[in-house]
Write a protein that binds this ligand. Structure first.
Ligand code: NAI
Ligand code: XMP
Ligand code: K
Length: 505
């Protein structure tokens, strides 16, 4: 006879927090969101921690180098997606590790024979109006000029006009050589009244751009997540097939932590992968595993040596796994069960294995609930896909800006390589994710600040100043369908319909 779990499985929206006593100390500015990323023994400090409890999903549409830098600057961490060749993934890791604050690698580079029409198209897509021109159109090609919005008049100029006709040519540009410090670069910018300064190497190849407007923002980043060499921390996704080839490349590139990326982690494949890493690297390579949705799955991965365990099957915004395969569990129930198992495991063994809640976070208060239920940190896909820094295109759909967002189990993501059950490189018989749009939401920093202010503020309502205290003190109640209605604006006629729904962050 099958096992039946007691009761229904629930999701975040079915819960609310009941406030506890808040003292005068309980103000958002006093709240610490620091949280362990990897396993540690009682009385010891974890080898890696996050300054904010957020990681970005291991997805093509989410975690590229740019988002990884932006998130590490705020104190979180990205896992670069593994659905690409090991070399490409390692190159992305390297890009994050070699990032120097204030030096921006161009993502809008032109060739001299492109047209004004193409320039305007690129500006629309990337949102950037400063575009260096290189001989081959790559971000590290030989620099031949630069185009800014001052160089053309969209209303009057012919869209067929060539870049070479209206760009500022290289000989009229002020540039600095590779190795120039940020401070010197900024002095040059001020002395020459520039808006940006291209950095070139001895061979006149473009290295990076320094922007005038960026200078101030580099001064105050109290939470940024740095390694001992002051480089940003970055993670990378791996799978249970090519780890013997992929892991060494990622480690060599400087990945600080790895995570096995799978819909289902309670498997011999994950056990073998974890064992291989321990055999070859001991504890010097940190690796999370998952996903699981119950205590048994957690205990299995903890015993196999996982550094953290990821929870969540089928709750993601782009997920259709539950519909396709009938596996999964309401995210809140899964998380509560696993976090209880983590605490028991800690009691028994003295080893704390952090839990990551993955998928299904829609409102900011879902983050707070997941942390109250015991998650050490959260993995978010849709949330980050909406920002400037995500790797996908920004498109205009019926007058609104959108970003593309697709599941790792969608045909689009799987196209990079096709596997089937049993590891055959055959065509896949069914997909487990969709391709979609999400509303564009601007820069990561503003959004993360705003979401976390809400988290901090609710923690204060519950009398907590850090996440461990929050888990301890949180009081949660299930809500009925009828009281959900009570929670929104109701029985009034809204003057502005945009206030209608709770804000989906
Ligand atoms: N969190 C979620 O709810 C879901 C996430 N996803 C995402 O989609 C992507 C793909 O996930 P999965 O399909 O679960 O990938 P997966 O690589 O873990 O598993 C695919 C299939 O290959 C088999 N397999 C794994 N290692 C093997 C090996 N060494 N030899 C032979 N067979 C092996 C597995 O048993 C499974 O049937 C991931 O990025 C995952 O995060 C997909 C569905 C649901
Ligand atoms: O069933 C699925 N099919 C997919 O194609 C897919 N791609 C990603 N994921 C999982 O969803 C998480 C992100 O969820 P959110 O967008 O809700 O943050 C991610 O972190 C994954 O756990 C998938 N699940
Ligand atoms: K879903």
């Amino acid at each position: 006879m099958a096992t039946f779990f007691e009761g229904e499985s629930h999701t975040f929206s079915e819960y609310l927090l009941v406030p506890g006593y808040s003292s005068a100390e309980n103000i958002p500015a006093n709240v610490s969101l620091r949280t362990p990323l990897v396993r540690f023994k009682r009385g010891e400090e974890p080898a890696l921690s996050l300054n904010i409890p957020m990681v970005s999903a291991i997805m093509q549409a989410v975690s590229g180098p740019k988002l990884a830098v932006a998130l590490a600057q705020e104190g979180g961490l990205s896992f670069i997606y593994g659905s690409q060749s090991a070399d490409d993934e390692a190159a992305m890791v390297r890009e994050v590790k070699s990032y120097k604050a204030g030096f921006v690698v161009s993502d809008s580079t032109l060739t001299p024979d492109m047209t004004l029409g193409q320039v305007m198209e690129m500006k629309e897509r990337t949102g950037h109006s400063t575009m260096p021109v290189t001989d081959d159109g790559t971000s590290h090609g030989h620099l031949v000029g630069i185009v800014t919005s001052r160089d053309y008049r969209p209303s009057r100029d012919d869209r067929a006009k060539l870049v070479s006709e209206f760009m500022t040519p290289r000989e009229k540009m002020i540039v600095a050589e590779d190795g120039t410090s940020l401070k010197t670069a900024n002095d040059i910018i001020w002395d020459n009244k520039l808006n940006q300064l291209p950095i070139v190497d001895a061979d006149n190849r473009l290295v990076a751009l320094v922007f005038r407007k960026d200078y101030d923002s580099h001064k105050s980043r109290p939470d940024e997540l740095l390694d001992q060499h002051k480089r940003y921390l970055v993670g990378a996704g791996i799978n249970t097939r090519d780890y013997a080839e992929r892991v060494p490349k990622l480690v060599d590139a400087g990945a600080d932590v790895l995570c096995i990326d799978s819909s289902e982690g309670f498997s011999e494949w994950q056990k073998r992968t974890l064992a291989w890493i321990r055999e070859n690297y001991g504890d010097s390579v940190r690796v999370g595993a998952g996903n699981v949705v119950d205590a048994e799955g957690f205990r299995f991965l903890a015993d196999c040596g996982a550094d953290f365990v990821k929870v969540g099957i089928g709750g993601g915004s782009i997920c259709i796994t539950r519909e396709q395969k009938g596996i999964g569990r309401g995210q809140a129930s899964a998380l509560i069960d696993v976090c209880r198992a983590r605490d028991e495991y800690y009691e028994e063994t003295g080893v704390y294995v952090p839990v990551c809640s993955d998928g299904g976070i829609v409102y900011d208060y879902h983050m707070t609930l997941a942390l109250a239920m015991g998650a050490d940190f959260l993995m978010l896909g849709r949330y980050f896909a909406r920002f400037d820094e995500s790797p996908t295109r920004r498109v205009n759909v019926n007058g609104s800006y959108m970003k593309e967002y697709w599941g790792e189990g969608s045909a689009r993501a799987r196209n990079w390589q096709r596997y089937d059950l049993g590891g055959n490189k055959k065509g896949l018989s069914f997909v487990e994710g969709v391709d979609s749009y999400v509303p564009y939401a601007g820069p990561l920093k503003e959004n993360v600040d705003n979401s976390l202010l809400k988290v901090r503020s609710t923690m204060c309502n519950c009398g907590a100043l850090d996440l461990a205290e929050f888990r301890e003190k949180a009081k949660l109640t299930l809500v009925s369908a009828t009281s959900l209605v009570e929670g929104g604006a109701h029985d009034v006629l809204l003057k502005d319909s945009s206030q209608q729904v709770n804000f989906r962050s």
